[in-house]
Design a binder for this molecule. Structure first.
Ligand code: CTP
Length: 416
């Protein structure tokens, strides 16, 4: 997925490729950082890598210089005076974002106390850009009071952002917390930081998002559905979480993994989604219905699978509840309710009509008859309309960029 530079971005256009220093610590998860570097390079990002001495026990500088088509530095380079300026100063000033992955207990302890005894820690102190931390270690190490104290303390410094830490089978054969966040999630978080420059204006805000296409079953194997894959809703959830929001994602079946740090509620039918959304509504600040809800369901449901010869020639249909209308009638005045309108042809007139009929604060009208946009694609384009009569055009861009532009719009409106 090409992310940078984005020629279409209306916000903070960056004429240069983004620049990321990837600082690799000594842990087995270092092998996964190879994928992070490779993905960033393929998406047009310039990457330089720093390896600590212990990182080199797991991966080599050659691996990273090959993947990044750029330099990979070690402490040996740090102590050589061949550079015109000290290497840590050069790297610190060069980076738009620094990723530390895997973040070990050792480097964490040094960062908390401002200790700089190698290239990685000196570069951190010689830079001002946002730093994304992807910790990984054995569960007992992670749960040590000293490590937890350090972790909480470090995150009070707003330049540090966290990918969180996952649970699962660890390389030490333990099952528990300590796995590094998956490479694709790390890359998405870096892409968010390109856009926000580290701003977390949604801190303390609760964001409720619906995603995916609901399914209305005729029998256990057949349903009325739509081609939604949930990518737009997931991008909204990730963008909000990366901006500090407390996110709940209510989703119909979707094709992607949901990041571990997003609360998710699974549902299948429109009625299940309606119930989940109403239950979650009361303490939310922003509610975005990006789900593609089936408009109708088969009037009759058979618990047993119908044989082909038993299928009716015409299918009697019944309407499904309008979830947005239910939310609009219950919402408090401070809550921002935003709908989507996936349209063909003229996208503005029907979206305007839905904005008013569903009593929304804003609506995102997106065309589904344009190339490389809409259902199932990684890209989208849209026009946001709000009830004050404002209009904001989002040209073709990645769904993550579009999600950020939607939140920029909400934040700019001063409604939060
Ligand atoms: N929506 C909803 N409940 C439904 C149908 C749609 O909450 N039963 C929401 C969608 O999630 C979207 C918005 O309403 O945010 C517009 O959906 P759309 O299908 O375009 O609107 P409809 O009212 O179904 O209008 P139409 O299908 O006639 O265009």
């Amino acid at each position: 997925m090409q992310f940078s530079p984005n020629p279409n971005s209306q916000i903070s256009p960056n004429p240069q490729p983004y620049r990321v220093v990837v600082a690799v610590g000594g842990g087995i998860a270092a092998y996964k950082v190879c994928e992070v570097v490779s993905t960033l390079f393929k998406s047009g990002v310039e990457v330089k890598v720093i390896l600590t001495n212990s990182a080199q026990k797991f991966v080599t500088p050659l691996t990273f210089s090959t993947l990044s088509r750029n330099s990979a530095y070690t402490d040996e380079n740090f102590w050589q005076s061949s550079q015109p300026r000290p290497l840590h100063i050069e790297l610190g000033e060069w980076a738009d974002i620094i990723l530390i992955a895997p973040l070990t207990a050792n480097t964490l302890g040094k960062l908390v106390h401002g200790i700089a005894d190698n290239l990685l820690t000196n570069t951190i102190l010689a830079s001002r850009c946002p730093v994304l931390l992807a910790p990984a270690m054995n569960t007992d190490m992670w749960e040590q009071a000293s490590v937890q104290r350090n972790w909480e303390l470090l995150l009070t410094d707003t330049r540090y952002h966290s990918t969180g830490i996952s649970s699962g089978l660890l390389a030490c054969d333990r099952v528990g917390q300590g796995r590094m966040t998956e490479p694709s999630e790390i890359v998405t978080h870096i892409q968010s930081l390109f856009h926000t420059k580290g701003d977390r204006a949604l801190t303390g805000k609760r964001i409720l998002i619906s995603a995916g296409g609901t399914r209305e079953f005729l029998d256990p194997v057949r349903f009325i559905g739509n081609p939604s894959t949930g990518k737009m809703g997931l991008a909204l959830a990730q963008a909000a979480q990366h901006r500090g929001g407390n996110v709940t994602l209510v989703h119909a079946p979707i094709n992607s993994n949901i990041p571990h740090n997003i609360k998710s509620i699974h549902c299948t039918t429109a009625e299940e989604m309606r119930q989940a959304m109403i239950e979650e509504l009361w303490n939310q600040d922003v509610i975005i219905m990006s789900a593609a809800v089936a408009d109708v369901k088969p009037r009759n449901y058979s618990k047993e699978k119908l044989a082909k010869k038993e299928l009716p020639e015409t299918l009697p249909l019944a309407p499904v509840p309008d979830i947005l209308a239910a939310l609009a009638s219950r919402k408090q005045t401070h809550q921002q309710l935003i709908g989507f309108a996936a349209q063909t042809g003229d996208i503005i007139t029907p979206a305007m009509e839905k904005l008013q009929r569903k009593n929304l604060d804003a609506i995102v009208a997106n065309p589904i008859d344009q190339p490389d946009s809409g259902f199932g694609y990684d890209y989208n384009q849209a026009v946001i309309l709000d009830k004050q009569g404002n209009r904001f055009d989002i040209p073709h861009c990645s769904k993550l960029q579009m999600a950020h532009q939607i939140f920029d719009f909400v934040l700019k409106s001063g409604a939060l």
